[in-house]
Write a protein that binds this ligand. Sequence first.
Ligand code: AMP
Ligand code: ZN
Length: 499
Amino acid sequence: MIRLYDTKQHKKVDFVPLHEGEVRMYVCGPTVYNRIHIGNARTFISFDMIRRYLAWRGYKVTFVQNVTDVDDKIINRAAEEGRTASEVAQEYTEAFISDMHAAGVEDPDIRPKATEEIPAMIELVQSLVDKGHAYEVDGDVYFSVRSDPHYGTLSGRNVDEMESGHRELRADGQGLEDRKRDPLDFALWKAAKPGEPSWESPWGQGRPGWHIECSAMSHKYLGLPFDIHGGGQDLVFPHHENERAQSECGCGTTFANYWMHSGMLQVNSEKMSKSLGNFLLLHEVLEDADPGALRMLMLQTHYRSPLDFSVERMDEANAALTRVMNALEAADWSCSNATDGAPDALDGTALCESASACRDAFAEAMDDDFNAPAALGSIFTLVGELNTAIAGKELSLADAEAVVVATDAIRELIAVLGISLAEEDAAADYPVEVIGLASDLAGYGGDDAMQAVEALLEARALARQEKDWAKADAVRDGLVGLGFIIEDTPQGAKVTYQG
Ligand code: AMP
Ligand code: ZN
């Protein structure tokens, strides 16, 4: 049984999906006026990890994430740059998708854009007006907060003690406060100025408020209620409180059964801000950092806790990832050099039991509100046991089978967390000169660096067999000169690239 922390109930509860074996989840997407920062990435990576785990646990997950492509910030940026709002939105939607791919975040099943879903929003606003939960003033439509007896239940606030969290400006810059019946009310629909993106509506030309987008899109693509609604903690109030109020008042049913919120990311223990100079965009961080290491860093902290990003933590995450990759590489190499008929060198039964204990501990940690740091801990325990089991040993075929059980578990579980190991890419770092070296010394005619290294090692082994020491040394010196390290072991030469 998975247990998760539900923001609305303020506690961990059993997760029971509405439809057996299926999970429908909605996570608020970005407002596309800028490249996303690593705080946004933290939230998206958290929910990607949750989604992957649910899928691994056998649920059919439907994941919807919107793109907010009409908003004051987009319109302002467009005006500053002399472009249209849709040009700005398109540029940053594409950048967002490529940033998410670079960070190893899976695409949502459905990625609706606000500007393409206006009819569903108008329909919901109309139903709120019809039911007396909303009212129109000069082309604007406001939600009447006090008409919802449950307003405040998600964020744990009492309406009577609430200060207006909704200081908003009309599209023409005029204050809203004097137009609303109650300062707590918020805009569902805003009359638009000429030149701004706008749509025809029963209240004249206008555009939707931010909150109504998510209510309309989640309803349309998931139906109500759906299972999990997620976002960063800063969205609990007012955004999610407002989404909930609109949807429940408009549709007469529960909106989301569970509310999950990820903690805020800080940089060097301070809130990210442009003025502090610690505002880090995801794509800039990924220019230097390995995506697997960035995710390792993110998941080493529980998704609900605040996360501190720093260069030191990035280095530690890199070292942790390297430890996993080195263990896998050493294990693979030992297996490929296992000898038929050799005596067993390790306790295969114990290693298989460790792999199975690791799987159990991983699932137990993740079932407990997606405790990825503890789940990583169980993987590291197995990595340590694997390292100890194979160190300095010549494996038998039976040993190799047990080692593969352990490496398969590590690879599978690390992938459930979405941490890419980039092992296959090791050769991508090899210098291209190695191909020329292989052509000169090993008669290699291809253009693949990995194959070139293999051809060189074979040529060296052959030269040594034939006691052609000059040739064997030339191959070794050539490889070393390019930054490779060669270790001769009883099972043959092992090569690693140090750059
Ligand atoms: P926005 O485009 O500002 O609506 O943000 C997109 C997502 O990123 C939302 O789920 C926010 O809650 C989340 N987010 C924004 N800033 C941070 C931060 N510093 N740490 C974690 N999540 C954040
Ligand atoms: Zn939303």
